[in-house]
Design a protein around this ligand. Structure first.
Ligand code: ZN
Length: 69
């Protein structure tokens, strides 16, 4: 959950994937502050929020002939 404090003074707990924050009580859209959990990264990465993990490869094509675009 993400805790959002709006400019109107109201606060709301929103889902992690919320795309648009609107105050349910008065319709305010200006956000004053946001509290969310720390992001988590995985893969070839190091850091306090990171979990090192060898991920499966992704096939790519390099130098493929252009089809005349
Ligand atoms: Zn409000």
């Amino acid at each position: 959950m993400i805790t959002v404090s709006f400019a109107c003074g109201h606060t709301a707990k929103l889902a992690d994937d919320t795309a648009l924050a609107v105050c349910a009580e008065c319709g305010e859209r200006r956000v004053q502050a946001v509290k969310a959990r720390a992001p988590k990264f995985r893969g070839v990465v190091l850091g306090p929020h990171a979990k090192f993990e060898s991920l499966a490869g992704i096939p790519v094509t390099v130098g493929a002939p252009n089809d005349g675009e």
